[in-house]
Design a protein around this ligand. Sequence first.
Ligand code: PA5
Ligand code: NI
Length: 184
Amino acid sequence: MNSDIFLPSQVAWATGALAGGPLIRKTTRLTDLPGIFADGEAWRRGNPQQSVYDVDVLGSPAGEGALCVGVTHLHTGNVGDEFFMTRGHFHARREQGEVYFGLRGVGLLLLQTEAGDARLEEVTAGSVHIIPPFTAHRLINTGKETLSSLAVWPVIAGHDYAALAEGFALRVFTSGQGFEVRHG
Ligand code: PA5
Ligand code: NI
């Protein structure tokens, strides 16, 4: 008998859907993102209840060394000409890194050091992104479907949103069928 074999949680690679465990979902709506998009007027004109992204986190591990697993589903859309994106954060514990995996859709991972140096990585199904310590991170959906990305991070990392009150050094806007990167 194999009745004592543990059945783990599952991620559906094609969609990022998590199943088989206690899940906590947090939805971030347009109304939750004041001051995040460059065009404040366009943000005010939008539907405040529109979901910009959902984050599903498995379980609630605690303590030094414990890891969190979550999937971000960043919907397609824009505010003015700027693509939908996550709020973005440093880890409160700056020395803690994180790994992102692209599952579905296309987009960009914006990384920024404490000195303000920013760079972009292309996110596609199967891409692997190692977010170094001391590096802020934000997902941007440049595609026409939901961008889903799996993340693994130390539970002690925490989130520091306030340190980015001035915004990131780069922004990404629609341009024809593609995108354009602008500074500031
Ligand atoms: O741990 C992470 O970096 C992700 O799970 C993010 O928290 C998620 O993508 C949502 O972004 P933010 O926390 O910047 O709103
Ligand atoms: Ni993070």
